[in-house]
Ligand binder design. Structure first.
Ligand SMILES: NC(=O)c1ccc[n+]([C@@H]2O[C@H](COP(=O)([O-])OP(=O)(O)OC[C@H]3O[C@@H](n4cnc5c(N)ncnc54)[C@H](OP(=O)(O)O)[C@@H]3O)[C@@H](O)[C@H]2O)c1
Length: 332
């Protein structure tokens, strides 16, 4: 196994600073890889030193956990930190946000079965169903820890205030939320709250769901089922206005001898030693490129120049549409 990747704290664990978001091995963007290709990617990530694997019951409505459990975990369960999430189905083949204790328990049992393991290292509440008091939902996750089915718990897409309430109910090891050069919302309050409480911060969608790519996304070619189609930033009227932002960052990356995806990951890793990233990819070449971002050093001067771009060129469109926004507890 490579020892090149640096490590960072994720709750009680030391894991690779760059993890693997497993979502698009099962759904979301483009056509998912077949089982053989997905396993090759997982094995390559492991060989390159990735120890932080992020899955969820929701991904492919159970497909993602089944994929991991079938072969990859059989070989590497003890060497990696296994992460999954519950509270968003799948219930009878549908995506349902449901934080009732009995529903989260049903989700966990389903995950353990599909992953073919007795215990999940870190289990997040994927979305908080605001009809259920957060104390009840987090209390249930805490019970899983006491029962030995989960080793640590986390929260996802919640506000600083809800994180505090959750943490007061049962210690939260990690918070996962969207953070990238075009979604800096956690800088309002969440990052500082994590630091104050000692909660690890995991940045999801660090590549802006593929916007930070070496070539500009052809949004007119997105598949019918691609989840970006429903996201305001990827709709033509906003996307076109976001091209100057893209061009400025692409030029900046070129001047710093790295690719734009690498710049996006390196920028996040430079926001603090407590920030971890979980880019998702189904391509071996992208995986290698992303992992190499761990080696990129940005000087204080470069970071300042980059901040100037981020603070002066506006990003058009909110990250979620009204329906998805109503399902989260964070700012637009
Ligand atoms: N907690 C939550 O609610 C939540 C929400 C979203 C995501 N997540 C987690 O975060 C992980 C990552 O987020 P994400 O998948 O939404 O977004 P992301 O990592 O920002 O972007 C993924 C997209 O970028 C492309 N990509 C990856 N590396 C690339 C490279 N080097 N060059 C060009 N394109 C590249 C991928 O396509 P290719 O396959 O072609 O490389 C894919 O379309 C997910 O897998 C999941 O584990 C959690």
């Amino acid at each position: 196994m490579s020892t090149q990747l640096s490590s960072r704290r994720l709750g009680p664990y030391q894991v690779s600073s760059i993890g693997l978001g497993c979502m698009n091995l099962s759904h979301a963007y483009g056509t998912p890889p077949n089982e053989e290709e997905a396993n090759r990617l997982l094995e390559e990530a492991f060989d390159l030193g990735v120890t932080h694997f992020d899955s969820a019951a929701l991904y492919g409505l159970g497909h993602n956990e089944t994929l991991l459990g079938k072969s990859f975990l059989k070989k590497h369960r003890q060497q990696i930190t296994l992460i999954s999430k519950g509270g968003v189905g799948p219930s009878e083949g549908k995506r349902v946000i449901d934080s009732r204790p009995e529903s989260i328990r049903r989700d966990l049992e389903g995950s353990l079965k599909r992953l073919q393991t007795d215990v999940i290292d870190l289990y997040y509440l994927h979305r908080w169903d605001k009809k259920v008091p957060i104390e009840d939902a987090i209390g249930t996750l805490g019970d899983f820890v006491k029962e030995g089915k989960v080793r640590a718990i986390g929260m996802s897409e919640i506000s600083a205030q809800t994180l505090r309430k959750g943490h007061a109910t049962f210690p939260i090891a990690a918070l996962q939320t969207e953070y990238s050069m075009w979604t800096k919302n956690p800088e309002i309050a969440l990052l500082n709250t994590c630091r104050e409480l000692g909660v690890s911060f995991v940045a999801f969608s660090p590549l802006a769901r593929g916007f930070f790519s070496e070539s500009l996304l052809a949004i007119d070619q997105l598949l019918e089922k691609d989840i970006r189609r429903a996201m305001p930033r990827f709709q033509v009227e906003n996307f076109e206005k976001n091209v100057p932002f893209y061009n400025a960052l692409k030029t900046f990356a070129q001047n710093h001898d790295c690719s734009l995806p690498q710049l996006a990951l390196a920028w996040l890793l430079h926001q603090g030693k407590d920030v971890l990233v979980i880019p998702g990819t189904a391509k071996l070449s992208h995986l290698r490129e992303n992992i190499a971002a761990d080696q990129i050093q940005l000087s204080v001067h470069s970071l300042k120049q980059l901040d100037e771009i981020l603070n002066t060129i506006p990003v058009f469109g909110s990250r979620y549409n009204a329906v998805s926004q109503s399902e989260v507890d964070t700012e637009q």
